[in-house]
Design a binder for this molecule. Sequence first.
Ligand SMILES: [Zn+2]
Length: 317
Amino acid sequence: MGFFFKRVLNFEEAALKRLAEVAGTSAEVLDELISWTRRPSGDIRTQFRGELVPSRALRSPLVRGCPSCLLDDLKSGQDRPLTALTCCGDWQLKDTKDCVEHNAPFIPLWEEKTPSRRWDLQARFSDLLGSSTLTQTKPFCSHVWEYDHWLHQRLLMGNDDTWFQSHTIFAASRLCMHIGQQIIIHDIAEPFGSPGEERPEAIGFNALREGPSRLPAVLNTLVAAASGAGGGPKKAFGTLYPMLNRDYADAEEFEEFRCVYAVVHPRQLASCAGGYCPRAGYLRTNAPFGRQCSAGNRRLGKAAGQGFDRERGIIAL
Ligand SMILES: [Zn+2]
């Protein structure tokens, strides 16, 4: 072919261009394929569907997928099953758990630590056909949540009609997860999901999806739910605080969420000043929130104008 295949795996532009020529593929189609394949960006980040996500969100040795999709592939290509079987790109992302087309939860397909073996699809599908994984899988419908549809649309088409459209999938899904966990812990999940179905990220998404004003409202509801003996920010917010102010304290994509959190719970600004929050320069002040926003985050300023609950004093504009 005139190039080493290893150079393709390293996403070297010249090798990719040559591969497209050899395969008779247009540059657009190749770009689309690569966007689903992952393109390394630094040590810990990866480009996936045009967004930066932590590499670990895509490199689990356990490959999961939808059995119904694979059985449909087999039906449509009975003569050449190995050619018919397809591994969908969104199955790689840790946050995807259900197939929105079949209302079915993913199942483990194979586990392989070595990436080159993990993604040798011809060999892995061959193993799969020789096992009972697909034949013994009984059709199982699960409740596919709005969160699953949101994630599917974002990955597939880039469409998003929620306020999360201005946030990365990673930041939005982490926020939904941590908020959802606290909603479940405080037993206030009923308005946001069916009893017994505890998908924190889906419950958090339902609680927050309507608009930016939902975030301070939900945070205040958590404070109210945690009030009383033994109450306090740790009880109210659980893992949300260390997530925003320690784990992703340097991450710009979480800045808007940090800013809202800091306004809802101003006493924790002191904790930020204590060293957790490198970006806390504007959070440490007692300046009106509008000025903090304009100094620190223009998007938040716009969001605030769209309807944060001023009457309850959540935001002092
Ligand atoms: Zn499916």
